[in-house]
Write a protein that binds this ligand. Structure first.
Ligand code: 6PG
Length: 241
């Protein structure tokens, strides 16, 4: 757990992490695959990636961008996670368009999930292993679109599933927990006082995956990072010294 003074310093650290992992992956394997999250928290990180110094430090021609989840709306809808990243940085950096892999699920979430899984299998082959997955944390303990008490939490074979979460106005498509847990690095980005209670519960409360799906995220052979600002980390700081 790293606690930062504010959202800006957390966002700078997250952008630096993206650059560091991209350079390492490209140097080692000639490619960097990252899955982005949506919501408010990551937007400043994405903006930073489109500006110096970060912009010119990323080998964009070897980068593949995916999403951890998506709302089933048109890609230019302001609620789209693709749209958030596209406007913040993807339309301002020289990443080849064929290496941007949106989840197209407007109209049919189930078809969108199958189509996305097909694209993932075409990119990764038998075993999906992202170099980096950014995740957010919802106040109800969800991450990506792994919402409490949904069937997708128990999915063990599919790589992507449609989700119709109760209380949410939109169907979604999400990576499943087994795919996320195969990543080399999973980094949660958590900001704001409204997340302080759920962050403490997820990290230090009893295990209850159905109620707190973020607890499902435990990379098998990878690193789990928690980046929180002081407001979100206010109830855990004594635990980490
Ligand atoms: C989404 C996100 C979701 C998000 C959390 C936190 O599609 O909404 O993928 O999992 O990361 O809800 O959102 P905030 O960063 O806005 O608090």
């Amino acid at each position: 757990m790293q606690i930062f003074p504010d959202q800006e310093s957390l966002s700078l650290a997250a952008a630096a992490l993206f650059v560091q992992l991209a350079r390492q992956a490209v140097a080692a394997r000639g490619r960097f695959s990252a899955a982005l999250c949506g919501g408010r928290t990551p937007s400043r990180t994405y903006e930073l990636l489109a500006h110096l110094p970060f912009r010119d430090q990323v080998p964009w021609d070897r980068v593949h961008v995916f999403w951890g989840d998506e709302r089933c709306v048109p890609l230019d809808d302001p609620r789209s996670n693709f749209g958030l990243a596209h406007l913040a940085f993807l339309n301002r950096v020289p990443i080849p368009p064929a290496q941007v892999h949106p989840i197209r699920c407007q109209g049919s979430p189930e078809e969108g999930a199958h189509r996305y899984e097909h694209e993932l299998r075409a990119c990764f082959g038998e075993a999906p292993r992202f170099d980096l997955i950014f995740l957010g944390l919802g106040e109800n303990g969800h991450t990506a679109s792994l919402f409490p008490h949904t069937a997708v939490l128990k999915e063990r074979s599919r790589w992507a599933r449609a989700v119709f979460p109760a209380g949410q106005d939109l169907p979604r498509v999400t990576l499943t927990a087994p795919v996320i847990n195969r990543a080399a690095v999973v980094a949660f980005l958590v900001t704001g006082a409204s997340k302080s209670g759920v962050l403490k519960e997820v990290l230090y409360g009893p295990r209850d995956h159905d109620r707190l799906p973020a607890q499902l995220i435990r990379p098998e052979r990878g690193e789990l990072l928690w980046l929180a600002d002081r407001a979100a980390g206010s109830e855990v700081k004594e635990k980490i010294g």
